[in-house]
Design a protein around this ligand. Structure first.
Ligand code: NAP
Length: 321
């Protein structure tokens, strides 16, 4: 039984599990520049996938990544779809494009997120961090579910969260908009969105169990990507203070490379032994044993509530057979 840890790279994981990549179709959101999504795409390209589809909002940057991957794997079948997660209609357009490109979709990796920042709302009137990191991915996943079901048993939905979720004890269903921004901090916006992703992965796992498909969430590690450099020093200070108040401050967290940072999402996507652990939250390449208080009790009820609220936000209800 292979055991991965914080030092493992995405390439280590793909080398260990080449079969679940070979001839499979894989979609990754937020794979641009020096991000962990890009490192995941490069590692996956090494194992003869049928197709990799990158979902990004910048076509030029997507093409740059494709060109870069082709320097190592010239015949890797990689395409891209342009969309903006801050617009639900853009997500719908992208989903219909992906549907055509990938009638059968084996692995969907929901990795994109916006850096924690000032309060804002998307064009659809949803708090931006919640909308971009979670709500839009909820819509994308649900719109692509017929294609994922078409891939058959073993298809997976991988949801990139963050250990930041452990700083929050629950999802506030009455006020997920932070009183129209009055109670908002960048830290609270981020922890809410990332906890929602973990709780959503549990709700999805239940719904897709009958198709023998799996859903996971994960913390990728503390990574020296561009996201960290986009967070203002004031927002870092507020986050530090809130973590101290919550008693969840961690000292001296080691920073990983993006190559290491993509390993846990690839374990979630590829490790066959995880098939019986759908809904799990992973960290450092294994199912996490670290406490997330929000998952301690009542998480099933919270997961159902979150699903219904999100359906309302996207204006659609989803059932599949
Ligand atoms: N870095 C860390 O230490 C860390 C720790 C815990 C969790 N994570 C999580 O890991 C994931 C990857 O993060 P990363 O560190 O690789 O960050 P990153 O380099 O900033 O990558 C994030 C990606 O999301 C995309 N994105 C942002 N807003 C978007 C929008 N409105 N529409 C479409 N795409 C959008 C970005 O595209 P643009 O380039 O166009 O903005 C970028 O490709 C995120 O979910 C993050 O929350 C990271």
């Amino acid at each position: 039984m292979p055991v991965f840890n914080a030092e493992s790279t995405g390439q280590n994981v793909v080398n260990t599990f080449p079969e679940p990549v070979k001839d499979r179709t894989i979609v990754i959101t937020g794979a641009i520049g020096s991000s962990i999504g890009s490192a995941a795409a490069l590692a996956l390209a090494s194992a003869s996938p049928r197709k990799i589809i990158l979902d990004n909002r910048n076509a030029t940057k997507s093409q740059e990544l494709i060109d870069f991957i082709h320097t190592s794997y010239p015949s890797a079948p990689i395409t891209h779809v342009v969309y903006d997660l801050s617009s639900l209609s853009s997500v719908e357009t992208a989903a219909s494009e992906i549907s055509k490109e990938a009638p059968s979709l084996d692995i969907l990796i929901n990795n994109a997120a916006t850096p924690p920042g000032p309060y804002s709302k998307t064009i659809d009137g949803i708090e931006s961090q919640f909308a971009i990191d979670y709500v839009s991915h909820f819509l994308l996943i649900n719109l692509l579910m017929p294609n994922i079901i078409a891939a058959g048993p073993g298809a997976r939905v991988v949801n990139v969260s963050s250990s930041a979720a452990r700083h929050r004890t629950h999802l506030d269903f009455e006020d997920y908009d932070f009183s129209n921004g009055a109670k908002y901090t960048a830290f609270d916006g981020y922890t809410q969105a990332k906890l929602a992703i973990i709780v959503f992965a549990i709700a999805l796992a239940k719904r897709i169990e009958k198709f023998q498909m799996q859903s996971f969430s994960l913390h990728p590690a503390s990574i020296l990507s561009s996201m960290r450099s986009q967070v203002s020093s004031d927002d870092w200070k507020t986050a530090e203070k809130k973590r101290e108040e919550a008693g969840t401050k961690t000292e001296g967290v080691k920073k990983n490379t993006v190559e290491q940072g993509c390993s846990t999402m690839l374990v979630a996507a590829l490790d066959p032994e995880l098939a019986d652990h759908s809904g799990s939250y992973l960290s450092d390449g294994v199912i996490s044993t670290k406490t997330i208080h929000a998952l301690d009790s009542g998480v099933d009820e919270a997961a159902e509530k979150l699903w219904k609220i999100t359906e309302k936000l996207v204006g659609k209800e989803f059932t599949w057979s």
